[in-house]
Every structure is written in C-alpha cells, then in structure tokens.
Write a protein that binds this ligand. Sequence first.
Ligand SMILES: [Fe+2]
Length: 182
Amino acid sequence: MGYKIQNSDIDILKKSGVLEDDIKHCIKVAEKALEIAQRTDDNVNMELIGRGALFHDLGKATTHEIEHGKIGAEMGKRLGLSQAITDIMEKHIRGGLTEDEARELGLPVKDYTLKTLEERIVIYADRLVDIIMDGVVPVKTETEAEERFEEILNDYPKYGKNEKTLKRYLGYHREIQGLINR
Ligand SMILES: [Fe+2]
C-alpha cells in the first residue's frame, strides 16, 4: 500500500534548520513523487521515494548553492539515513551529473547519474513541482505541467538549464510517462 509522509521526518527537517518555504517544497515534492510512483503502477520502493524526496533539499539548511546536494547527503549520513536516501540527496543536482560535469561545476568528481527508477521519479517530481509552484510559467493545473513538460523545459532555461541537463530531464519525463501510459 501507499507510503505516508511521516511528521517525525518533517520535524527532522525543521530541527536541522531548513526554512519553512524549503520544507513546503520538500513536502510537495514528496507528495508529487509518491503520486507519480503510484500512477506508474511499477513495483517501486515507496518509502525510499517518499523519504528521498522529503529529504532531498536537507542541505538547504546550510546553503542554497549547488553544494547543497553534497552537504545534505553528509547531514543525512550523520542522521543515520540510508545510503539509498543520501544518494538521492547527493545526486538530485541538475538531474544527475556525469563526472565531467561535476568537475566543471567544482563538485567532488564522481558519477552522479541516476541508476534507479526511484531516483528518477524523485528528480522528475522535483522539476514538476518547481514548474507548478514557481509561477514563472502560467500552468492552471498540475496535469498541464506534465502535458507541457517538454515545451516548458525547452523554452525556459531556468528549468532546462543546459543541453545536457535538458536531455536528462526529457529522458526521465518520457520514461516515466511511458510507464504511466502503458
Ligand atoms: Fe535541490
């Protein structure tokens, strides 16, 4: 059955110093990721998706810079979160960087590419929630954000970032929509 977001986990975000707006974002991403996971009807680990999404921006307690993924993962390890969860936290930046991209961005050089469907669902939900909540693109419904995902990412550099990142997100979108619509 479905996994429920735990209040005790939200308390961990609060106690760690994550600001209210960022906590709202984390909860929304967790809800969206769980909803999408349900719709794919795939045999995925719902707890990993719910908790990975909820904690993905834990590092924003310290910084909103690109290092928040790495810092969040370190904080998560100290809190005793599983490797699978801290992997999501570390790898969510730009949808899963290659070693070369990590080097260019000055992050620890390693492979951050996404290996599991759970990781890809969380990262896809994160991007969708940004589109839905930012108000930069006028979308009337959450469904519209999914339907216009490709167009929005192509048209708004804020979401597509660059060619490599754009390609990754479009890949997750197509894969996950393909599972939903099979
Ligand atoms: Fe983030």
